[in-house]
Design a protein around this ligand. Sequence first.
Ligand code: CP
Ligand code: NVA
Length: 310
Amino acid sequence: MLKGRDLLTLADFSDEEVREILEAARTLKLLYNMGHKVNVLSGKTLALYFELPSTRTRISFEVAIHQLGGYAIYLRQEDLQLVRGESIADTARVLSRYVKAIVARVRNHEILEEMARYAEIPVINALSNLYHPCQALADLLTIYEKKGRFRGLRVAYIGDGNNNVCHSLMLACSKVGIDIRVGCPRGYEPLKEVVKKAEEAASKHGSIVEILHDPYETAKGADVIYTDVFVSMGREEERDKRLRDFAGWTITKDIVRMAKEDYIFMHCLPAHRGEEVASEVIDDPKHSVVWDQAENRLHLQRALLALIVP
Ligand code: CP
Ligand code: NVA
């Protein structure tokens, strides 16, 4: 039962629940594309609390809420009494009296956990330093649409293995039986606890979780090549060091040549052409699916809200 649930990390969702969200997203996408409206949020207001900038997540949530007949209030951290010392707990308690759910983007995952502890309504992670579950669910939807299956596929994530997008992608892939291979420089491996959870999930499907340290080796035989920025939000002061450490890790034509002939290229965006990916890879219309991928944030979140918001 998904009604009333928090979504802080996919680790809290069963394989079946992940499937249920994906099926709902496919159905609602079809209905919307046929002109049908589903007004399940009619008369309901949701809060979008953002500590960090966002283009895709904020806009797709606002549009999804509007399309479901609801109303969204965008709350920037600096506009709330939080900046004058009111606690997250008290803020969550008060929001619970006004709105039906909180969608929150935070610098520190612990803030989300505290919010969820004190809120009487669902809290949905719109990105934290550790996880980006809405992105990963939408990515599964895109992979399924492009490849028509999960079983037997291999996703190669190449770049910063220690970030929100990689962590959630690992959990998402392993829950549906996709082989996930992460390639990253030494020192940028995914968190051990995430690797462990992904391995546990993968073992149920007979799929594989691998961490490698060579971009070419990682790309070999992949159906999906995925990357994200080298410098995530909140890590800006490490920029110079990271750009040195990630030298040689830009996804180029030479790297994607190692993948299957019909590989797709994915990136959560925003992209930095010439840093984590060469223009000729991300702008290659034959393989890059990044715009469909961005669109699917809307379709996935519309379904997620329909299922979760009481
Ligand atoms: N992919 C993603 O979450 O993008 P935004 O930071 O623009 O929301
Ligand atoms: N890893 C990136 C994802 C942006 C959507 C960041 O945290 O900045």
